[in-house]
Unconditional design. Structure first.
Ligand SMILES: [Fe+2]
Length: 180
């Protein structure tokens, strides 16, 4: 007997399966006092103007990337997506996340029309947020509060050359994002 995936994108399916493994792994880090004490809590004293990645560990085979983000008050990302799956938890303070869906069919170069579908905040007791690659994970993350926030992110392998895409809803624009 053979099975067909029909219209299911096998890359998305693989990403969903990987997410189920990644969520408990990341959740276990959130109660790992040695990890939090050595890698996360010292960052509370950081004074930066914009958000940044304070620590990053990429697996040698490219299968995952663990990254710790610092969010000074009032900072936020562009609306963006990723070329990989991703899971994150907010370890210190709280961050907001807006999620978007794409309304156009992707046929026009540099054009994307988005609609915000939901918004919420995440604190350590809220567990993990997750994104699937490309259109399945368009979001914006930021810190609307008055105190620094710190989040821990686990990303899977990239499905393409670029890191992801950045969107500008004011002019329905999208462009590839490459790492520095
Ligand atoms: Fe993101």
């Amino acid at each position: 007997m053979t099975f067909t995936l029909g219209k299911i994108n096998p890359n998305i399916l693989r990403a969903e399966v990987a997410l189920w493994d990644a969520i408990p792994l990341l959740s276990s880090l959130m109660i790992d006092t040695a990890f939090l004490g050595s890698r996360v809590l010292p960052l509370v004293e950081e004074t930066a103007e914009d958000w940044y990645v304070a620590h990053r560990h990429d697996s040698p085979d490219g299968s995952y990337s663990l990254q710790i983000f610092v969010w000074p008050p009032g900072t936020e990302t562009k609306i963006h997506d990723h070329s990989s799956w991703g899971v994150y938890c907010c370890a210190v303070g709280s961050i907001f996340e807006e999620r978007y869906e794409r309304l156009d069919d992707g046929s026009r170069l540099d054009h994307a029309r988005l609609r915000k579908t939901r918004q919420r905040t995440w604190s350590i007791e809220d567990g993990a947020s997750s994104v699937l690659p490309h259109d399945e994970g368009i979001h914006r993350v930021g810190n609307p509060g008055n105190e620094v926030a710190i989040s821990v992110h686990l990303y899977g392998p990239r499905l393409g050359e670029v890191d992801g895409r950045d969107y500008d809803v004011s002019c329905d624009y999208v462009c590839d994002r490459r790492e520095d």
